[in-house]
Design a binder for this molecule. Structure first.
Ligand code: COA
Length: 261
């Protein structure tokens, strides 16, 4: 059975053969994510959780860009203020999602474009993928429990390079770190993710759910707690001078000047 439902045109959802595919579709703004898009993704996750016809989820962007992270204009003008803000609802949804999540990632995956991957189970990257966690460069701090999950996954020195220097790293480095499963030509990433998700969807759902729960059991409560702590700091820092300067500089297409903050 196939069904398509799109609450906002920038997030396309489609269910076929037991797989819900969620496509980020805001190419003119490099797939950056607005509050309405987070809300649509959070709703899709919730519906996929309850829908017995959905047995696996695919998250993808475009062959040229996965996501440029949070919409910077939103950060400046409509920052998420409460725990029930769509971005936090999305992060809670993806981090606690019980069924398998497969991601296809091509091109830049910035900020939450990378941190959401820490909550996916299988990740297939195009050879053009570039991951980055530029929170410090924006006067912010990590989110999505990446301050816990990145050092755990990559080891502290590499996480420090990614999170303190905020420099992008390529697909080969991500593969070597264990962040992704495989590198393929960009045109093949989506089909491979779909193929793997369909394999998962053909397996007994109760076994998939229990196996994922057991694999994540040791970190589930730490991740939930860390997201609350990060969220409080992130929310406070969004309004501080360093972040305001970084966002204004991005909007004005100039380099930020942190000399006074
Ligand atoms: N929020 C809002 N708009 C964004 C955006 C974001 N995060 N990222 C890109 N855009 C917009 C640009 O403002 C530009 O809009 P315009 O055409 O109206 O001027 C358009 O998308 C194209 O972006 P551009 O920077 O010209 O594309 P690029 O191919 O040269 O670079 C990126 C792509 C993703 C590397 C670059 O856009 C980037 O670094 N974006 C910001 C990432 C970021 O800091 N995100 C926050 C993470 S917490």
């Amino acid at each position: 059975m196939t069904s398509t439902s799109n609450a906002v045109p920038e997030i396309l959802t489609h269910v076929d053969a037991g797989v819900m595919t969620l496509t980020i579709n805001r190419l003119d703004k490099k797939n950056s994510l607005t509050a309405a898009m987070y809300a649509a993704m959070a709703d899709a996750l919730e519906s996929a959780h309850h829908d017995t016809a959905v047995r696996a989820l695919v998250i993808q962007g475009h062959e040229s860009i996965f996501s440029a992270g949070n919409d910077i204009g939103d950060f400046l003008n409509k920052p998420p203020s409460a725990a029930d803000a769509p971005v936090f609802r999305f992060l809670r949804g993806i981090s606690s999602f019980s069924k398998p999540i497969v991601a296809a990632v091509c091109g830049p995956a910035v900020g939450i474009g990378t941190t959401m991957l820490l909550h996916c189970d299988l990740i297939y990257a195009g050879d053009n993928a570039a991951f980055s966690l530029p929170f410090v460069n924006l006067g912010l701090c990590p989110e999505a429990a990446s301050s816990y999950l990145a050092p755990k996954l990559m080891g502290y020195p590499r996480a420090a390079e990614a999170l303190l220097l905020g420099e992008p790293f390529r697909a080969e480095t991500a593969l070597e770190m264990g962040l992704i499963n495989r590198i393929v030509p960009p045109a093949e990433a989506s089909a491979l993710a779909q193929q793997q998700a369909r394999k998962l969807a053909a397996k007994p759902l109760s076994s998939l759910i229990e196996t994922k729960r057991l694999m994540k059991k040791g970190q589930a409560s730490i991740v939930a707690e860390r997201m609350v702590e990060e969220g409080a700091s992130f929310g406070r820092m969004l309004a501080e001078p360093a972040a305001r300067e970084a966002f204004t500089a991005f909007m004005e297409k100039r380099r930020p000047d942190f000399s006074k903050v």
